[in-house]
Design a protein around this ligand. Structure first.
Ligand code: ZN
Ligand code: MN
Length: 492
């Protein structure tokens, strides 16, 4: 009998909701702007659920779902429909959510080796705000700006084995949603929300593992950062394992993640599964997907992050960590490639070295300036052509690395051409060999002792001479070229 190393095996499935970035809401013409601070600004009788109003399907939201489905290799059925999911909650004005039950827009699919069950389209709920008065009385207010915002829900098979895999899955999904431009999927802003369904089962052998019944399922909600995804899953694996070891029963329940205590806490016990009384939405026609231009949608899917990683590794021979930074933002990756093409136009002699330089200046210096300015990747003021020019300056010793950083900062602030900045400033490095040779000769005449030292084998006299020359040149001499010149003369 084969023994497994671990006595307890977690079984984890994920449910991820993401708000879609359409102009209007899912079933009405209200602006889709759930971050609007003035409460109840983007509302109308439809998203407030007034009786007698009729919803209209947002075509863009359906298209977004088809695209993510295709990108994740799911199947798009010929026909789909919407259903009512009935439940009461103060943030749900209609008393039901329009969702999809038995025929979602996407069946199956796979991401990071984790099988997907389905992806469906639904509407978001409103938001409750609880206010405590001076006397300690709590009043609950409701803001419907978010009510009716298009929401996709992705459900995975229970293929996730640990917290790390769950985080990687969620991160990759976020990246793909951003590449497709269909959601900003910022977890901190509530644009992407992760729930984990998990259980732990005892397994003493592979064979038993295959036959073993799954443990009691616990649902963990309120997970609103990647760190919390990791923390909540680790915590639950430990809690459930300990319960089994102590001979306690794991209760089927919904738990929430509490950031303050770094623990999951029980929210509600589930005596039985919810009965939402799903039934087909009578106010919406069935979705005939033959009416959508699937070929066009497929063509609109850009190169996805994983394909880009593989291609970048092949084409640019960069370290995986560098590729990861570039690929983490589609616009940065594109800016990188455009700048590389500009470099290649100049001269191909030092291309590999220049690509390396370019990736460094892009992922650390330029990105650093953007982070400092509190903006995402935004190259509005710097064209790939200008950026490549700056890299050429460095590669051809026209500026020192210090000078290059100063020029880049000016480019970022003003949008000026690096040639213009260099001309205006006093930063151009002196690499002209004739000028440097004249200077070197003067230094040698003025320092006969250092020359003697060097010739008697004290090689660090060379650094002393370069230092003298640099001082005369006010730091603008190219140290590499100076070294060559001194060596040439001294060893002649
Ligand atoms: Zn509305
Ligand atoms: Mn849902």
């Amino acid at each position: 009998m084969l023994m497994t190393n671990t006595k307890y095996t977690p079984t984890i499935g994920l449910e991820i909701h993401a708000e879609l970035k359409t102009r209007t809401k899912m079933f009405c013409d209200c602006l889709n702007d759930p971050l609007e601070r003035r409460p109840n600004t983007h509302v109308c009788p439809i998203c407030l659920g007034h009786p007698g109003t009729l919803p209209v399907i947002n075509k863009k939201a359906v298209e977004a779902l088809i695209m993510i489905g295709m990108a994740l290799k799911g199947d798009i059925p010929q026909f789909s429909k919407f259903d009512r999911k009935n439940y009461f909650y103060p943030d749900l004005p209609k008393g039901y959510q329009i969702s999809q039950y038995d025929i979602p827009l996407v069946f199956g699919g796979v991401l990071n080796g984790i099988r997907l069950t389905r992806i469906h389209l639904e509407e978001d709920t409103g938001r409750l705000i609880h206010v405590t008065s001076d006397k300690g009385q709590v009043t609950s207010l409701v803001d419907f700006n978010r009510a009716g915002v298009p929401l996709m829900e992705l459900v995975t098979e229970p293929d996730v084995e640990n917290a790390e895999e769950a985080v990687q899955f969620a991160r990759e999904l976020q990246l793909i949603l951003r590449y497709l431009g269909i959601s900003d999927a910022d977890m901190e802003l509530g644009q992407m929300r992760v729930e984990a369904n998990m259980s732990v089962r005892q397994a003493t052998s592979n064979k038993e593992q295959g036959n073993a019944k799954l443990g009691t399922k616990v649902e963990v909600k309120n997970i609103n950062s990647f760190k919390a995804v990791y923390g909540a899953i680790e915590y639950e694996i430990k809690r459930q394992t300990e319960a089994i070891e102590n001979g306690e029963k794991v209760i089927q329940e919904t738990r929430g993640w509490d950031d303050a205590t770094q623990a999951t806490v029980s929210q509600r016990k589930k005596e039985s599964a919810h009965d939402y009384r799903y039934f087909p939405e009578p106010d919406l026609p069935p979705l005939d997907l033959a009416k959508f231009n699937l070929t066009e949608l497929k063509t609109a899917i850009p190169e996805l992050p994983q394909e880009k990683r593989i291609r970048f590794a092949k084409e640019f021979a960069l370290a995986p960590e560098k590729i990861e930074v570039l690929v983490s933002d589609r616009r940065m990756a594109e800016f990188f490639e455009e700048s590389v093409s500009e470099l290649a136009l100049e001269d191909n002699k030092h291309l590999p070295k220049e690509i390396e330089l370019l990736s460094n200046y892009l992922t650390s210096d330029l990105r650093g300036l953007m982070i400092e300015a509190g903006i995402g990747f935004n190259a509005e003021k710097i064209s790939p052509e200008h950026f490549a020019d700056l890299i050429e300056f460095i590669s051809h010793n026209r500026v020192s690395s210090r000078g290059a950083k100063d020029i880049l900062k000016k480019m970022f602030e003003t949008g000026l051409d690096p040639h213009a900045i260099l001309k205006e400033s006093d930063m151009e490095q002196i690499s002209d060999t004739t000028a440097l040779k004249t200077m070197a000769e003067q230094i040698l005449i003025a320092n006969p002792n250092a020359v003697k030292d060097y010739k008697s084998g004290k090689l660090n006299a060379l650094q002393f001479l370069i230092g003298k020359a640099m001082a005369e040149l006010k730091g603008k001499g190219n140290p590499g070229v100076l070294q060559e010149i001194f060596k040439d003369i001294l060893e002649d």
